[in-house]
Write a new protein. Structure first.
Length: 476
């Protein structure tokens, strides 16, 4: 805990006091001292006063949300606002350190400054979790919707102790978050958050913003004005799939789906991205997303209309499509994810050849997609337009969420169903806590860790590769 500089100052002064013996001689000395000129005492008093002034200046801090900004409300009725500002992004755990003052020379006790403890705000009561990321070493970060004074807004929350306690890091009063299963068709809309390190992270959707201080302040990233459907990072480089526009069903004069796909990438030290030349992408897709296997990046997507899976492509290095596994419907493609604990191992899902309407097949590769092993997965039910989201710790331990691919319908598909297998797809079981039908995403984070989200002010975590999950609240 930061020590109080004022207490330190007087403690040092008290330490300088020497004990002197009492008696007539000492009394006479005190009387003689009192008859001397008094100027040196005034100088000492002014020096002490200047030190107090510097300390007081150091203790003057704001409310944690800069001028003209708002913070996500802790309760629906609690709001904070003031005059206009240049950027409506609020920092809510800022530390303010006093700068030099002109009231005293910068020497001795007068040079004391202080850095007050950061203001820590709880997760807003109105918060609805939409996206979750593990930044490593116990740092977790979430993005979701909240209520600000001006209306709906987006908030970033974080934990530095592996989910035991959570606080609000920032609010974006000019951005909204509808949820993870809707493509970003609207302006000023966020769909996800990803962190490369505990300090460097991104929020993305109709635009991208980047932080280098753990989520307390954010700045724009140049993505050429495109919508970002998905963003992933391996800790050193960020990959994203973008679209020129996205349209939802019912949007006047706008085609459904996301058009003109483009993969973009950048080192995490840069705020400018560059396009990757990827041939053969569909002109319009229902959705698309990036999967990382170490530094290898793969592009997935589904078509509009029947929403069939497209053929995935490796987009890092020399971009190239992956071969369709034997046993998959040759008229369609398939989707892939990477096994968190096995570099080079991919796990995929495809409609089965000759039974595309009634069965999925689970396919695995241990050589970066060059060859595949196929296994029927009847436990995942019939293929549907909303598809299946996959994550895996290894080729045998896979978590699947039915009806959980982002869509351009404008509304999330419901209900969903989360299942897991520890036998490479031979047998599946329901694993959503309480039989929940609102799971929207699951992600393996290495070891046996698997996280899952379903909205609200909590998330789920598994330490046994998805066999069981427990609920973790964001507020206590």
């Amino acid at each position: 805990m930061t020590r109080d500089p004022l207490d330190d100052f007087f403690a040092r002064e008290r330490a300088e006091v020497r004990e002197l013996p009492a008696g007539p001689d000492r009394w006479e000395a005190l009387l003689a001292e009192s008859r001397r000129p008094q100027r040196h005492r005034a100088v000492l008093w002014l020096g002490a006063a200047a030190a107090v002034a510097v300390v007081a200046a150091g203790l003057v801090v704001g409310t944690g949300h800069g001028p003209g900004l708002q913070q996500a409300a802790d309760t629906p009725s609690r709001t904070t606002s003031s005059s206009t500002a240049a950027r409506p992004t609020v920092t809510v755990t800022r530390t303010v350190t006093a700068g030099p003052t002109g009231s005293a020379p910068a020497k001795g006790p007068a040079s004391v400054t202080t850095a007050p403890e950061p203001q820590v705000l709880p997760v807003p009561r109105t918060f609805e979790l939409a996206s979750l990321t593990n930044a490593g070493t116990g740092h977790l970060v979430g993005l979701g919707s909240a209520a600000c004074a001006s209306g709906s807004c987006s908030a970033v929350v974080a934990s530095d102790d592996d989910g035991r306690t959570w606080s609000t890091r920032a609010s974006f009063t000019d951005l909204t978050t509808r949820g993870p299963l809707v493509t970003p068709a609207d302006a000023k809309q966020l769909v996800g958050v990803r962190f490369a390190t505990p300090q460097v992270g991104y929020v993305f959707g109709s635009e991208v913003r980047r932080t280098t201080d753990g989520g307390r302040s954010w700045s724009p990233v140049d993505v050429a004005g495109r919508r970002v459907l998905s963003l992933e990072t391996d800790g050193t480089r960020v990959w994203m799939v973008t679209a020129r526009t996205c349209g939802h069903v019912g949007t006047a004069s706008v085609q459904r789906g996301c058009s003109d796909l483009q993969v973009r990438t950048a080192p995490v030290t840069s705020d400018r991205t560059e396009a990757v030349d990827v041939a053969g992408t569909a002109p319009v897709v229902e959705n698309a997303w990036i999967v990382l296997d170490g530094s290898d990046a793969y592009l997935n997507g589904t078509s509009t209309g029947t929403q069939q899976p497209l053929r995935p492509q490796r987009v890092s290095g020399t971009p190239q499509p992956l071969p369709v596994p034997q046993g998959c419907d040759p008229a369609q493609g398939f989707t892939v994810t990477a096994a968190a604990n096995s570099r080079g191992t991919l796990v995929g899902l495809c409609p089965a050849s000759g039974a595309a309407d009634v069965r999925y097949d689970l396919v695995t590769s241990t050589d970066r997609g060059a060859t595949w092993r196929q296994r029927p997965a009847p436990g995942l039910g019939n293929p549907t337009p909303a598809g299946v989201w996959l994550t895996a710790t290894d080729a045998e331990h896979v978590v699947a969420v039915r009806q959980a691919l982002p869509a351009s319908t404008g509304e999330a598909t419901s209900p969903t169903r989360m299942l897991s297998t520890s036998t490479g797809g031979a047998a599946w079981k329901d694993v959503a806590p309480g039989g929940s039908t609102s799971t929207t995403w699951a992600g393996a984070a290495g070891g046996g860790l698997v996280y899952a989200t379903g909205g609200g002010a909590s998330y789920w975590v598994s330490s046994d590769s998805g066999s069981t999950f427990e609920t973790v609240p964001l507020r206590h």
